[in-house]
Design a protein. Structure first.
Length: 375
């Protein structure tokens, strides 16, 4: 383009924030709208694999992530009683110069990305989202919920698994529950915890925790999903503590800390993958708006971050932003994303079906080795 291209980013989560920073660095004029007035700065914990860290380094925030998170290179498989069965080294999917994994508190990652967006010169409006989209061959006219309007060369839908933008442009695929759900909470880091611990079996399918800093962990319990309307949020601490009672070792200390229901999140696992085009005209989906999967191999954030890296690369290196270019973006991503989605769902399905000889380590290892390659 002979002039500075304009881009609207809908959604200020990990994908949207990272896209905004990379797009500004590539010389684009960027607006970002986020429907939540607090800019989504909440949550328990997040596990970032090496391929996610590679993109965060590209965004320019790796040093702060390393400083505020906890880097690890292995996972200990333990019994429900807490005894270590074996420790497996993780694949360094981001390259040998990055850790295999960094665990961190999700609000900390969001604050780091918010600071990067602000510093990039992106124009940000909170408590605002898209009301209406109208396209022609050269751009998108947008009416916002605050009554203002604008015109853009491209709209990037990074508004999550329940994306309103996806529905507005006529993409019909919707997330489907897998039959599992997860309880998540931040907790104090027990002495001696150096890496992620995972117990398969006991009252939950998976009981795990991941260091997220010097003094904190992100604890989670995976069970068959229940009717969310039947669980009073005021009882979330009681519910998670009761499920955790079946686990020993470090879980004894973690369980005692689960007292504040407002700090506990209960979420169903979903499978989501848009099989057709990831765009309509000049509106394109990234991250969870296009695909999402259970966190059984901790690749959700990584897949979203890879999306924005690939998309910005293509936009930066091509003068014409057309259907062919946006289809090229999808073609670069679809099989890699499908591999992750299918593997993540398969691990859960084996557990739901009670398959005792399932090759979970083998499937995870094969998937991670694929992800070592650049997207």
């Amino acid at each position: 383009m002979s002039r500075t291209p304009s881009v609207l980013v809908v959604g200020g989560g990990t994908a949207g924030n990272s896209f905004a920073v990379l797009a500004r660095r590539a010389g684009m004029d960027v607006d970002l709208v986020e429907v939540k007035e607090d800019w989504n700065a909440y949550g328990s914990g997040i596990t970032l694999q090496g391929n996610a860290l590679r993109v965060l380094r590209e965004v320019g925030v790796w040093d702060r992530v390393a400083e505020q998170g906890a880097s690890t290179d292995g996972v200990s498989i333990v019994t429900p009683a807490g005894d270590v069965v074996f420790t497996q080294q993780d694949v360094r999917t981001g390259g040998d110069d990055l850790p295999a994994t960094v665990g961190m508190q999700r609000p900390a990652l969001q604050r780091i990305l918010i600071d990067a967006v602000r510093a990039s010169g992106t124009r940000v409006r909170l408590g605002t989202t898209v009301e209406k989209l109208t396209q022609d061959g050269s751009g998108v006219d947008v009416v916002f919920t605050d009554g203002t309007s604008g015109r853009y060369d491209l709209v990037v839908a990074a508004d999550g698994i329940g994306s309103r933008t996806r529905a507005a442009i006529g993409v019909t695929e919707r997330p489907e529950p897998t039959g599992m759900a997860i309880w998540r909470a931040p907790a104090p880091r027990p002495a001696g915890v150096e890496r992620t611990h995972l117990a398969y079996g006991g009252p939950a399918f998976i009981a795990g925790f991941c260091p997220t800093g010097e003094d904190t962990v992100y604890a989670y319990l995976v069970e068959a999903n229940r009717d969310r309307a039947s669980i009073d949020p005021a009882t979330y601490a009681d519910e998670m503590r009761a499920l955790a009672a079946g686990y020993g070792g470090h879980w004894t200390q973690i369980r005692e800390s689960l007292t504040d229901p407002s700090q506990i999140n209960y979420t169903w696992f979903d499978r989501h993958l848009v099989e057709g085009d990831w765009h309509r005209g000049r509106v394109v989906l990234v991250g969870d708006a296009a695909h999402a999967c259970p966190p059984t191999i901790a690749q959700g954030a990584a897949m979203s971050l890879e999306d924005v890296s690939v998309l910005v690369e293509l936009l930066r290196t091509h003068e014409v932003w057309d259907d062919a270019l946006l289809r090229r973006y999808r073609s670069r991503r679809i099989e890699r994303v499908r591999t992750v989605v299918d593997a993540s769902v398969q691990i859960g399905r084996w557990q739901l079906d009670g398959v005792r000889d399932a090759d979970v380590p083998g499937l995870m290892g094969r998937t991670m080795n694929i992800l070592k390659e650049l997207p």
